[in-house]
Design a protein around this ligand. Structure first.
Ligand SMILES: [Zn+2]
Length: 61
């Protein structure tokens, strides 16, 4: 197998609330990483932690 798993790049948009699972999400405030769920009325922030390194490949220093 030599499948290539690249091509999912681009913007990462939160589509479902991590608390209630609904998709009634809207941007919250001025920071574009903040979202609010209008179903359960929670506000949360999505943080980018870094890229994952696929197993079996060389790791970045
Ligand atoms: Zn919710």
């Amino acid at each position: 197998m030599s499948g290539v798993g690249v091509g999912v790049g681009g913007h990462s948009i939160t589509q479902h609330c991590p608390y209630c699972g609904d998709d009634n999400l809207f941007p919250h405030g001025t920071r574009h990483r903040d979202w609010e769920c209008r179903s359960c009325r929670r506000a949360f922030s999505v943080s980018f932690l870094g890229l994952l390194t696929p197993a079996g490949t060389e790791r970045a220093p």
